[in-house]
Design a protein around this ligand. Structure first.
Ligand code: UDP
Length: 237
């Protein structure tokens, strides 16, 4: 039996025989509002495991170093063990969520350029917004590392925006996390799925992501399935 290393809101991490590799199990838990709502949605773990596996494989193909090794079952994948940087890196192409609220914009207002934001992963403080100086001063990360992460996040944004564009979808915004691998290189980690992205249809601007759950407008599995089907058509590994 492999032992549990860590348990998050939606994933469980287990040791493997190799100390540099973790098994990640995707659960069916779905949370919103800083974990205030937490529901089990059948097969969501399977769906996100598949979607995230496909996206990470594609990003690797496009030259983005990341932690993904392979999908080993419906709900499980092997990932390189990394020392996670406690920052959520959000990239935005259109106004939505916190950004829309903060600047009193309309949903999907155009932005002149993509925005990269950072949130400090700190449960007690409810993941506050943090700027580059704050992150350096609090000794979370140094200036060079921030620069590298931002550049990387924007590259991922370009690759993913182009990919979704080909699928007749729009990538509104998304969240990334990075970590240090065993050679202290910064690599992309965690998950990329409709839980962590806003993705809408080009024609009708219908949400296919976790906004369906946040706003309680329908069945998230229908949206997620559309994304998975389109990814399978578009990505050739
Ligand atoms: N996001 C995420 N995890 C979080 C917070 C945000 O994956 O803990 C994603 C979210 O799905 C969206 C993007 O980051 O695609 C921007 O979210 P925002 O800051 O607007 O917060 P929200 O309003 O979604 O809570």
């Amino acid at each position: 039996m492999s032992s549990l290393v860590a348990s998050g809101k939606t994933k469980e991490l287990f040791e493997t025989d190799n100390p540099n590799i973790l098994k990640v199990h995707y659960t069916d838990h779905t949370t919103a509002g800083d974990g205030e709502r937490n529901e089990v949605i059948n097969n969501k773990g399977k769906m996100n495991n598949e979607i995230s596996s496909l996206i990470f494989s594609y990003l690797k193909q496009q030259g983005i170093e990341n932690h993904f090794i392979e999908q080993i079952s419906d709900t499980d994948q092997l990932n390189k063990r990394v020392n996670m940087i406690p920052l959520e890196i959000v990239v935005r192409n259109y106004a939505a969520g916190h950004f829309q609220k903060r600047f009193a914009l309309n949903y999907l207002d155009n932005l002149k350029k993509p925005v990269v934001e950072m949130f400090w992963k700190n449960d007690e403080l409810h993941d506050p917004f943090i700027n580059e100086d704050d992150a350096e001063a609090l000794d979370i990360i140094n200036a060079n590392e921030i620069k590298e992460i931002k550049e990387n996040a924007l590259k991922v944004n370009q690759i993913m925006s182009d990919l979704f564009d080909k699928m007749n979808l729009i990538l509104v915004d998304f969240k990334l996390e990075f970590g240090f691998d065993k050679d202290h290189q910064i690599i992309l980690a965690d998950e990329i799925s409709p839980d962590s992205c806003r993705i809408i249809t080009k024609n009708t601007k219908e949400s296919l992501d976790k906004d369906i759950f946040r706003k309680q407008t329908g069945d998230i599995m229908k949206g997620y399935q559309i994304i998975l089907d389109k990814l399978k058509q578009e990505i050739i590994l």
